[in-house]
Design a protein around this ligand. Sequence first.
Ligand code: HEM
Ligand SMILES: *[C@@H]1O[C@H](CO)[C@@H](O)[C@H](O)[C@H]1NC(C)=O
Ligand SMILES: *[C@@H]1O[C@H](CO)[C@@H](O)[C@H](O)[C@H]1NC(C)=O
Ligand SMILES: *[C@@H]1O[C@H](CO)[C@@H](O)[C@H](O)[C@H]1NC(C)=O
Ligand SMILES: *[C@@H]1O[C@H](CO)[C@@H](O)[C@H](O)[C@H]1NC(C)=O
Ligand SMILES: *[C@@H]1O[C@H](CO)[C@@H](O)[C@H](O)[C@H]1NC(C)=O
Ligand SMILES: *[C@@H]1O[C@H](CO)[C@@H](O)[C@H](O)[C@H]1NC(C)=O
Ligand SMILES: *[C@@H]1O[C@H](CO)[C@@H](O)[C@H](O)[C@H]1NC(C)=O
Ligand SMILES: *[C@@H]1O[C@H](CO)[C@@H](O)[C@H](O)[C@H]1NC(C)=O
Ligand SMILES: *[C@@H]1O[C@H](CO)[C@@H](O)[C@H](O)[C@H]1NC(C)=O
Ligand SMILES: *[C@@H]1O[C@H](CO)[C@@H](O)[C@H](O)[C@H]1NC(C)=O
Ligand SMILES: CC(=O)N[C@H]1CO[C@H](CO)[C@@H](O)[C@@H]1O
Length: 329
Amino acid sequence: MAASLLQSSSLSLLLVVLVAAASTARAQLQYGFYNTTCPGVEDLVRTELLAKFAADVTLPAGLLRLHFHDCFGAGCDATLLLKSHNGTAQRDADPNSTVRGYEAIEAVKATVEAACPLVVSCADIMAMAARDAVNFTQGPAYQVETGRRDGNVSRKEDALRFLPPADGNVTVLTHYFAVQNLTMKDMVVLSAAHTLGVAHCPSFSARLYNYTGAGDQDPSLDADYAKNLTAVCGGPSNVASVQPLDAVSPTTFDLGYYQSVATHRALLGSDAALLNDSLTAAYVQFMTNASSVDTFFADFAVSMINMGRIGVRTGTDGEIRATCQVYVD
Ligand code: HEM
Ligand SMILES: *[C@@H]1O[C@H](CO)[C@@H](O)[C@H](O)[C@H]1NC(C)=O
Ligand SMILES: *[C@@H]1O[C@H](CO)[C@@H](O)[C@H](O)[C@H]1NC(C)=O
Ligand SMILES: *[C@@H]1O[C@H](CO)[C@@H](O)[C@H](O)[C@H]1NC(C)=O
Ligand SMILES: *[C@@H]1O[C@H](CO)[C@@H](O)[C@H](O)[C@H]1NC(C)=O
Ligand SMILES: *[C@@H]1O[C@H](CO)[C@@H](O)[C@H](O)[C@H]1NC(C)=O
Ligand SMILES: *[C@@H]1O[C@H](CO)[C@@H](O)[C@H](O)[C@H]1NC(C)=O
Ligand SMILES: *[C@@H]1O[C@H](CO)[C@@H](O)[C@H](O)[C@H]1NC(C)=O
Ligand SMILES: *[C@@H]1O[C@H](CO)[C@@H](O)[C@H](O)[C@H]1NC(C)=O
Ligand SMILES: *[C@@H]1O[C@H](CO)[C@@H](O)[C@H](O)[C@H]1NC(C)=O
Ligand SMILES: *[C@@H]1O[C@H](CO)[C@@H](O)[C@H](O)[C@H]1NC(C)=O
Ligand SMILES: CC(=O)N[C@H]1CO[C@H](CO)[C@@H](O)[C@@H]1O
């Protein structure tokens, strides 16, 4: 049973179709796209980010989420970074209100521009930054594909339409991933990005107060954990306080997320939901065994590469901008 999602046997037909579909985009991204046009750019990015991460250990979480929201918004094309005077860009959408790390990407972009003007896309810097964030926090080291170009249209509706809801069940979450050509396995694997970082009370307070409209709590919450959360939020209207997504080890990329989920100490409804489905629950259980860490790391690297292929612009599509956060209206 524990092997089901590991081997994806029940999803094999779907996988064949999706892998075939994904290979179209794969053909255009490459490892080392900037080898000759901006040699050393990946080291340049990593060096600057490592200094920033050392100064702020919460930044890796911000940059990992930034790449995810960009990719799901309308493809990994840095359109999440674009600004709008009238509040109609992706970053103006509610789910983006707590996304962090825009300035860090812009600072790295400025360094890269000084070395290789108008060569390296903001979207590739975001993919590299997510990779460096994972490795800095002791997660897997993986190579990123590069060759993405940036989009110049950013629509709030895309973020609202494509970002998965924090109270979604496995069916709903799997659907949001399938829309991006990602599998249920990608979903249960990438959810473990929540081994890093925090959520604000509004993202989970429905589970504490009035879960079904009868003034109740989500019964799947561990009672002591729920008491702690209630003490931190102090009521349904607190918008400022935060809680770690993985209380076991919030700044280390490890199996703590799956341990939290398995012991009913998942912060978000979408995390807790992984126990409600037999396939995802089996994966969670398997990952509570410390000896599964190598499998988790390998799976996570594969799924991050899959996510990095969503809706990419390559070749002559899109543009390379001098700065990432320009106004588009
Ligand atoms: C499975 C569907 C997902 C849902 C419903 C979801 C939802 C959320 C929510 C609600 C928050 C907290 C926002 C806040 O209150 O400040 C959050 C934080 C975060 N998410 Fe996700 N997420 C999902 C998948 C992912 C994926 C695929 C990644 C990256 C690969 C990711 C990375 C993160 C990180 C690192 C944070 C912490 C950010 C910080 O500390 O600033 N999430 N997510
Ligand atoms: C998913 O794959 C199909 C078929 O290759 C492609 O047309 C579509 O653009 C892909 N979707 C995303 C979000 O990458
Ligand atoms: C860039 O160099 C690396 C290391 O030598 C190599 O693996 C990769 O295929 C190269 N990529 C391109 C596009 O030249
Ligand atoms: C990943 O981190 C390890 C230390 O945890 C380091 O030795 C390695 O060079 C890093 N690799 C990359 C690609 O950043
Ligand atoms: C998942 O949520 C959707 C939307 O709320 C609902 O229609 C569906 O019945 C739920 N599925 C399960 C298995 O709970
Ligand atoms: C998961 O199951 C629990 C009951 O064990 C239920 O309270 C909760 O609403 C379910 N989560 C989702 C997102 O459907
Ligand atoms: C709980 O939700 C129900 C239904 O939405 C609502 O009628 C009720 O006023 C809420 N109770 C509290 C204490 O917010
Ligand atoms: C609740 O908070 C206390 C004090 O910070 C901590 O020792 C305990 O482990 C927490 N319990 C749970 C289940 O999170
Ligand atoms: C953890 O995995 C190891 C290696 O696969 C296995 O020998 C051991 O029985 C597992 N432990 C538990 C508690 O499942
Ligand atoms: C946006 O990019 C496309 C090419 O991808 C280009 O044709 C168009 O002129 C650009 N629009 C703006 C406003 O820069
Ligand atoms: C925002 O500005 C753009 C470009 O000027 C315009 O097309 C759009 O209609 C405006 N939207 C709103 C809601 O004002
Ligand atoms: C960084 C950023 O632009 N965040 C915006 C996300 O969307 C909310 C509104 O939904 C804005 O208030 C934030 O400024």
